[in-house]
Design a binder for this molecule. Structure first.
Ligand SMILES: [Zn+2]
Length: 310
């Protein structure tokens, strides 16, 4: 088994059937054991102290909060409902909730190394869902006010009866190989010498493979042949699904689109090996936190197997 991707492996049961029942939902909300994760501007509440953990709260924490925040049901674990609660409307959330010295809201990227993989995956879900609700308070069909239904698994427009479903944006991300060389690029605002797999949103009417070919061609000028899907990763910034591929280049000449990329280069297998090992190299690559690291590693391992022969 491959190691779990960061943000994947959410242990909560999303209870698609049970959440259709309003009586069941009310019972979960009223359950004194139910757990509520506050989010402020998409940052999760984290307990202070040596061992940082998510600061799950009881519902009574929000009793006096105005305007009353709406809990979103993330799922159930061991019979206990887990909700997220967006308190972004509060100007001083820690003081208002009485949590000075107890907990604070932390930016997700910074807190990932301190939380368990399960906690990280739950925050990813909460964050993407919360962001979607915030952006869909009005119906894209008629402009009416929408309401959350099914514990937050959908929004409904009472004016035109349209149902709206949380969106995930598919992103094609690919390591491009040609023999023992691999094509990586760097964004304009990235740290110096950091290179990664090329990526872009899948556009309407495209397959994943077509998106990889188009993105790589647009950004680097390289023509792609075969594209192989490897694995995916939820990317909650705010709501993408990274679809990781390895692609075979049919050409080598670079024609870089400098509005998208500061640079793109072919790197040797040796250079990639050094970068993967964290040793001095002409480039460094994203950490294992990101799917790009695993795609680059998969390409390098594939080449090494190829060199050793069948
Ligand atoms: Zn509507």
């Amino acid at each position: 088994m491959q190691p779990l991707m960061t943000f994947a492996g959410n242990p909560l049961d999303r209870v698609a059937i049970e959440r259709r029942n309003p009586v069941w939902l009310e019972r979960q909300l009223a359950d004194p054991e139910a757990r509520f994760l506050p989010l402020w501007k998409l940052d999760p509440l984290v307990k202070l102290g040596e061992q940082r953990t998510l600061a799950w709260a009881r519902r009574k924490l929000f009793d006096d909060v105005e305007p009353a925040p709406q809990p979103l049901l993330l799922g159930v674990d061991a019979g206990v409902a887990h909700f997220s609660v967006d308190v972004s409307a509060l100007h001083e959330p820690i003081a208002t909730l009485g949590l000075d010295g107890v907990a604070r809201f932390e930016e997700l990227r910074g807190v990932v190394p301190h939380l368990t993989p399960a906690e990280v995956s739950i925050v990813a879900h909460a964050r993407s869902l919360s962001d979607w609700h915030e952006r869909h308070r009005h119906c894209p069909g008629c402009g009416g006010d929408t309401i959350a239904v099914l514990g937050g698994a959908q929004r409904r427009c009472p004016d035109c009866s349209a149902d709206h479903f949380p969106r995930t944006e598919p992103v094609a991300i690919a390591v491009v190989g040609r023999g023992d060389r691999c094509l990586l690029g760097r964004g304009p605002s990235w740290p110096e010498n950091m290179y990664s797999a090329l990526a872009g949103f899948v556009e309407p009417g495209e397959t994943l493979e077509e998106a990889v070919r188009r993105e790589v061609r647009e950004e680097s000028g390289v023509v792609i042949g075969a594209v192989r899907y490897l694995r995916s990763q939820p990317w909650p910034f705010p709501s993408s699904l990274m679809l990781g591929c390895v692609a075979d280049a049919e050409t080598e000449e670079l024609e870089i689109d400098h509005t998208e990329l500061a640079d793109a280069r072919w790197f040797s297998l040796e250079e990639i090996r050094l970068a993967l090992a964290g040793e001095p190299a002409p480039l460094f690559i994203p950490p294992p936190f990101a799917i790009a690291h695993h795609l680059i590693q998969a390409w390098a391992e594939g080449r090494e197997r190829g060199r050793r022969g069948p």
